[in-house]
Design a protein. Structure first.
Ligand code: FE
Length: 340
């Protein structure tokens, strides 16, 4: 879907060469695969602060990347925003990003949440949820434990080829090695209560309903249910126990939302300003809270009842850029294990 403003900007750009340089200081074009309630405030505040107009195209990441590829050197896109480290890594491997050197971003965003050519702006955790009538607490404390034969017929997850699970697999390869991760994936498949289907929320609901004993899900899906006023969502929450996995070892697996500047960006100065703005206290609060995530800037306060209730935890400190190195290996391992 093309936002009207961007369509107008494009027409102006093609028709009147002279307007392009003028536009360079005054607007940016963002291709975003993220869309949340707080976005209007997020973009509106940037325009208010800088006078730079924000034009957005929002679509699924595959469509946006395809578009960037087709537009090539003529792409009006300055920035690409999406969720999941493996997707950001994929975009990076396509060679679309330009490195951005910013002292401010280096100071605000922890090193392990920055990749060479893109930055993380919020984090989410991959948590375990279980049904205490079907699974004992000690069976649901680690990712590794999900492959234990004691959980036969009780485990539910979304597809193994989904980026969220591939990123988890990629982290496990780096912590435990490829061989152990392959054994793990086979154990996971052997424990399935049903063939993978649906999204993370469906797994949480199936645990609450007793169709599955234990599942993995991203934290914001759980937080969304926790913050919901619908009685049916509250009933789901009441029937599951959430666990921060791997607190005694390498910590809970973390994934991110992030953004990078395009090599072909026509408005590079303004684009860097926007990347820096996203790390400001105000933007961090919008960006993270829009999807019940955590800000990457440590000093930013979170005011989200569900996240407060879930409490603090030990997160994996593996570099998010390094995670990309083992994503394809995770895919091959999952394929061999039949984790589809
Ligand atoms: Fe998601």
């Amino acid at each position: 879907m093309i936002k009207k403003a961007l369509a107008t900007a494009l027409l102006a750009g093609f028709g009147l060469q002279g307007t392009v340089s003028l536009a360079a200081d005054n607007e940016i074009n963002i291709y975003s695969a993220r869309h949340y309630q707080t976005d209007e405030a997020l973009y509106g505040t940037f325009t208010k602060l800088t006078g730079i107009k924000v034009n957005r195209i929002e679509a699924k990441e595959d469509e946006l990347l395809e578009r960037i590829r087709n537009e090539g050197a003529n792409s009006p896109a300055d920035l690409f925003i999406t969720v999941d480290a493996s997707r950001l890594a994929y975009a990076d491997q396509m060679g679309i990003f330009a490195p951005v050197k910013s002292a401010l971003l280096e100071e605000r965003i922890p090193a392990h949440l920055r990749a060479e050519n893109w930055f993380s702006y919020s984090t989410r955790a991959r948590v375990i949820v279980y049904n205490k009538d079907l699974v004992k607490a000690e069976q649901a404390q680690t990712y590794e434990g999900l492959a234990d034969p004691g959980l036969k017929g009780k485990l539910c997850t979304r597809s193994g080829s989904h980026p969220y699970n591939l990123s988890l697999g990629a982290a496990m390869i780096q912590h435990n090695g490829a061989e152990k991760t392959e054994e793990w994936a086979k154990g996971v498949v052997a424990n399935f209560a049903r063939a993978p289907k649906g999204g993370d929320t469906d797994q949480i609901k199936a645990v609450a309903a007793g169709e599955c004993g234990v599942a993995i899900a991203n934290s914001y899906y759980l937080a969304r249910l926790m913050n919901s006023s619908k009685p049916e969502d509250q009933a789901v929450v009441a029937n599951v126990v959430a666990v921060w996995p791997n607190q005694q070892s390498w910590g809970t697996h973390i994934n991110v939302s992030g953004a990078g500047m395009l090599k072909t960006a026509p408005n590079k100065g303004a684009a860097v300003k926007f990347l820096e703005y996203l790390a400001s206290d105000e933007a961090q609060a919008y960006f993270a809270n829009g999807n019940n995530e955590w800000p990457v800037v440590a000093s930013v306060k979170v005011s989200n009842p569900a996240l407060e209730k879930l409490g603090p935890f030990k997160a994996d400190t593996l570099s998010i850029g390094k995670l990309a190195d083992t994503v394809s290996e995770a895919q091959r391992i999952f394929d061999r294990a039949g984790y589809r």
